[in-house]
Design a protein around this ligand. Structure first.
Ligand code: ADP
Ligand code: MG
Length: 363
């Protein structure tokens, strides 16, 4: 595994990787299939975007392994660039915007960030505000911006209420906007869409470089294209409460251009007084969203699947189906607080749940 140069970044990534490492491991377990790839599978694993990223290419018979490894190195470099640009707290473009907002200034959205802001604005509107990249202040208040800031108890109710009111009072983020603010209550956090968008771009770049058969696993978030030789890419989705027997909750074949992305209450959380406080925040209440343990979305793009999995999680039991429809995703399954699974008919047709995990199909 290759680590980035900066010692601070390395430490930060190591901490984050510890948290997500398990999730990736379980997913990866299912992805690793028996031999039989004739040396045509080339794989690289490294830390990027706060998690373990693994990229696999399936080569044509006439393709050179070393050239493929170079292409994977380029992909790693691209991911590091995205991470730097899109980090809410770092010294890149988004970090600069946030510091300007903190200072009460109006900000210009630079051209390099425009596509990401547009996607976030469109998906935010479609989700009815459940996915909202302006939640940075709430994320910070809860300490989920960095594992080093994790709390041992939830923040004061008054502080949460104030942050929610400030966010509600901040101007909406509109698609196509070239400027934003001033907005004291808003701070941008692309944590719920960045990995999906980055994996979309990596797949596109690799395709253009002559590698149409690729799978990227970014902390359990999968984005695949093409095939693994004569078969589809097979992936596993981690159980939100894994036991000794049951680590993988579901398996599914990805044939073609698709993302499989999960949002769960087990990725980043702390416990206080027997209560679990996780990182998926409801912008309306300022509290971790209740009622679900995990949401998995299968969609043609990583950015869509990523934002949608977060929005659907926040929507919760009872409302999740409507939110999925509003976002235009029809392949979804959710695990509720009791471990019950609901799956859309379109996904039920092609997914296999582990033995003993009965899933209810909903239209
Ligand atoms: P992960 O990144 O752990 O795979 P998600 O894609 O669901 O999980 O993104 C969660 C991250 O997004 C949080 O850590 C936080 O930074 C940010 N976030 C939390 N709640 C929301 C929300 N309602 N809308 C948009 N972003 C959110
Ligand atoms: Mg997400």
């Amino acid at each position: 595994m290759k680590l980035p140069e900066s010692p601070h970044l390395r430490l930060f990534l190591r901490r984050l990787a510890l948290g997500t490492g398990l999730a990736v491991f379980f997913t990866w377990l299912a992805l690793r299939q028996p031999q039989g790839d004739d040396g045509r599978l080339v794989q690289e694993e490294f830390l990027a975007m706060g998690t373990i990223v693994s990229i696999s290419l399936y080569l044509d018979t006439d393709q050179d392994r070393d050239a493929a490894l170079d292409a994977l190195d380029d992909a790693r470099h691209d991911l590091e660039t995205y991470a730097q640009r899109w980090s809410a707290w770092g010294d890149g473009a988004l970090g600069r915007i946030n510091r300007q907002l903190d200072a009460g200034e109006r900000v210009e959205i630079p051209a390099e960030l425009q596509p990401l802001f547009d996607a976030a604005a469109r998906l935010g509107t479609a989700s009815g505000g459940l996915f909202d990249v302006r939640v940075g202040r709430l994320v910070e208040l809860w300490g989920f911006d960095d594992e080093a800031h994790y709390r041992s108890a939830p923040p004061d109710e008054a502080a949460i209420e104030a942050a929610v009111a400030d966010l509600a009072g901040a101007p909406p983020l509109l698609p196509g906007a070239a400027e934003y603010g001033p907005a004291a209550g808003a701070r941008f956090d692309f944590g719920a869409i960045a990995k999906g968008e980055a994996t979309d771009r990596i797949v596109e770049t690799l395709r253009e470089a002559g590698y149409p058969n690729v799978i990227v696993n970014a902390g359990g978030n999968l984005r695949a294209a093409g095939r693994r030789g004569g078969r589809a890419w097979r992936i596993g989705v981690r159980h939100p409460r894994p036991g000794a027997q049951q680590r993988v909750l579901a398996t599914l074949d990805i044939d073609g251009d698709e993302a499989v992305i999960t949002s769960g209450d087990y990725e980043r959380y702390f416990e206080a007084d027997g209560e679990r406080y996780h990182h998926l925040l409801d912008p309306r209440s300022g509290m971790p969203a209740r009622g679900l343990q995990a949401v998995t979305v299968v969609a043609p793009s990583g950015a869509l699947a990523d934002a949608a999995s977060t929005a659907i999680f926040v929507a919760g039991p009872g409302q999740w189906r409507d939110t999925a429809r509003a976002l235009g995703v029809d392949q979804v399954f959710v695990v509720d607080a009791q471990g019950r699974i609901e799956v859309t008919a379109a996904l039920a047709r092609r997914i296999d749940f582990a033995e003993g995990s009965a899933a209810i199909t909903v239209p």
